[in-house]
Design a protein around this ligand. Sequence first.
Ligand code: NAD
Ligand code: UD1
Length: 312
Amino acid sequence: MSESPILVTGGAGFIGSNLVDVLVARGHPVRVLDNLSTGKRSNLPVDAGVELIEGDVADAQTVRRAVQGCRAVVHLAAVASVQASVDDPLGTHQSNLVGTLNLCEAMREAGVCRVVFASSAAVYGNNGEGQSIDEDTSKAPLTPYAADKLASEHYLDFYRRQHGLEPVVFRFFNIYGPRQDPSSPYSGVISIFTERAQQGLPITVFGDGEQTRDFLYVGDLVEVLLQALEHPTVEVGAVNVGLSHATSLNELLTAIGDVLGKLPPVNYQQARGGDIRHSRANNERLLQRFRLPEPVTDIRTGLARLLGVSGS
Ligand code: NAD
Ligand code: UD1
């Protein structure tokens, strides 16, 4: 009998499609549930037998159909932009919390247990100024996005205790790499800055550029997600996924300039409301439970790869 598929919700998006590529390359059947709001059909490998269900995680019936017959789920479908959630809390909530709850229910009904969930460093808010944040740091969600991620974690834990679900909850820090869509102001900062730098267009920094983020290359994240799918046991508690290295936006711009050999003009505007000032993972739990690739991709190597500059 052929292996049953792994469902990747949000599989046509940035992280999802990078994961799907590797799953397919390793011979796993894959099903994708995606409403193509930010994801693209063209992100999915051609002729690889990936089944795409074009639909919304906010629709319980669609989620039931997607989960049916699956071996495990990686739940990535969500509005990924913190700023979009500030501008449209209700719309975001449908995808980011109702979607998770629909998935939990559908998995319970279908008897599918393993789910890998993309939570976020955003749940910590502005904790850990200048220091790394471990998983027990108090949670201070500043935005609807962060509130929905934290609530999703709690629902997954309820279904674990009550219904035997096996959630592996990751709090991703800032992920970057190929297929992160640069086309919207809501996109991830590295995709916007690298795209504009390549085109010679001015770059806008919100704030003074001294805010920091812990950037992780998507290929390294995918290796961790694969381990989580296969791990024989599931340990309780969320796991930070980051390199434990803080880079300010000003340092990021310097690095892009060094890699490209040029940098367009940079404007500084008012900081965004709800923006987190500093974010750096304590990743000890990650390193205890999972393996990061050896060597991990440092920011300059990752930028060079993304920008297609030799030396990567
Ligand atoms: P993305 O926007 O590229 O991917 C999200 C995918 O989900 C897209 O393909 C989109 O079309 C789909 N989607 C959105 N709403 C949906 C809905 N209601 N129903 C079905 N599909 C829907 O973003 P990404 O960066 O690949 O993010 C993937 C996941 O990782 C998200 O849950 C995001 O919150 C989380 N995350 C991302 C980062 C990061 O730095 N990129 C960090 C922390 C957490
Ligand atoms: C990102 C992710 C979010 C994730 C979180 C975890 C995206 C779009 N967002 O949010 O899903 O949960 O990390 O840490 O992937 N900025 C500029 N100029 C720009 C764009 C952004 O200065 O043109 C600034 C922002 O104001 C912010 C920083 O860059 O200070 C990072 O922004 P962004 O890439 O949107 O990431 P987060 O908000 O950290």
